[in-house]
Design a protein around this ligand. Sequence first.
Ligand code: PEP
Ligand code: MG
Length: 584
Amino acid sequence: MMATEIKGIAASEGYAIGRAVILREDAVPEGITYVESGDEAAELNRFDSAVAAARVELEALLERMKSDGREKEAEIFEAHLMLLEDEELIGAAQERIRGQRYKAESAMNESGEEVAEMLASLDDEYLRERAADVRDVSRRVIRKLGNASDSEAAKAPVANKNEKSILFAFDLTPSDTAQLDPSVIGGFVTAAGGRTSHSAIIARSVGIPAIVGAGEGALHIEEGQLVIVDGAAGLVLIEPEDKELAHYQALQEQAAGKRALLDQYRGKPSISADGHQVELVANIGSVQDARQAREHGAEGVGLFRTEFLYMGRPDLPTEEEQFTAYKEAAEAFGPDAPIVIRTMDIGGDKELPGLQLEKEDNPFLGYRAIRICLDRPDLFKTQLRAVLRASAFGNLKIMYPMIAALAEWRAAKALLEEAKQELRSENIAFNEQIEAGIMIEIPAAAQMADRFAREVDFFSIGTNDLVQYTMAADRMNPKLGYLSDPLHPPVLRLIDQVIRAAHQENKWVGMCGEMAGTPVALPILLGMGLDEFSMSASAVLPARALLSRLDRSKLASLAEAVLDLDDAEEVRSYVEQHVPELNR
Ligand code: PEP
Ligand code: MG
């Protein structure tokens, strides 16, 4: 009989084989219980002591994660410590005890649920997933009220020394996940959660195969059953047949072999078989991403999506905070590595509570990115000053998103000049020669690339937006997949035109849209002469390996030929047919 299969969301790639262990949820206080009148002060004391004990526990966890170099997990516990100071969470619970005579457990649970439910109702997926962090913190305080120790997830039993455990849970709290020991837990499956939940993020960072959102049916598993987690397909196989087991063991070996092969390309230059060198850099959204990108073999950063510093918080990041983030990102790579800081690109699919932007009918065609920055020079200059100050500590470059008109570039340049002037008069050091460039992600800018190239220091082509604006196909709409393809010749023609225009003026040109890390696009872009490829960190080593097999001198004619084909499908098969190195 074939194995029973459960389908979920593929949250972290890889294959795990092991015995099921089930993590039961903590008991949550049901209903509301009250203390006697007059006992409020004592109850408040009991609550404050529990919060203090939770703080001690979190501080210890934070230290442990930091000393183990687990930065992502450390960030989560830092955020949890901040939640312990939160007025809406802790202050509201205290108020329930003081004003409404709630028992401490009820007060914490009610306040936690209120904040979590508010977050869970938001449109923004990232903020929605933060509801899990609030519940995690509130459960920790409740456990402390009962004097319980930390969750036992990390100590889940192992069936036998040679077999790892596969953890099944309704949902893993971020602290549960951070404490998973990869030498014991081979993978995990949760009934709830999405791809951007913290448990999924940590699983990817630690490299544990994981499936989330598998539904409550997944919890009907029996403890000790043999399970396969296929983290690539989002599939759980329960009690697999010998044939299936052998298949997955082979896949595990293959994956390990591939990893070892790719490892050879770490720290090597990005160079084609005939000696043409390009730059393979990473797209990042945080300092932690920068460190990881470095580990993944990136030579620097081609796109720092700085808007992530602004999101998920009610206020705006200060100049100091931004300065530290940009400086630390540069320091993660060392003084010479290029670090392209893109000024914030809010709007479109990215909302910002701190700015209270109006809802728009067409946010992708609306008040977004540089359009907001030029309208709010106060906000923009804070960021420009932070980037300039950080430029004294590394090879930073500045890049403006969503440029449609020359006037926008010139206005941004004037504000950068003002910021420089301010720093000079304050005697603050920065790199006077800092390069400033623009993203080419609007067809208008691509069409005027020859004019822009005379004035800017570099271009970076943002194909995610360039495709949606060229094909008039919303990048978030899954029904338009056939149009949202950068291999369509109209897009390729614009890219070709932009690269030629830049080189005509001796300027370098990069690409930071998803296309840059797509294997089938690499031969075309190399043939067109693209200088810098910026991609998600995990794509860097595979791209360097492919590059090393390609002969650039043969690709110029391929790059020209694809411009004359009918559509993306034709381009794809043409490249696959003419570039056998893709399949090795
Ligand atoms: C792009 O549009 O290609 C790009 C890299 O920017 P973002 O995805 O952040 O809009
Ligand atoms: Mg874009």
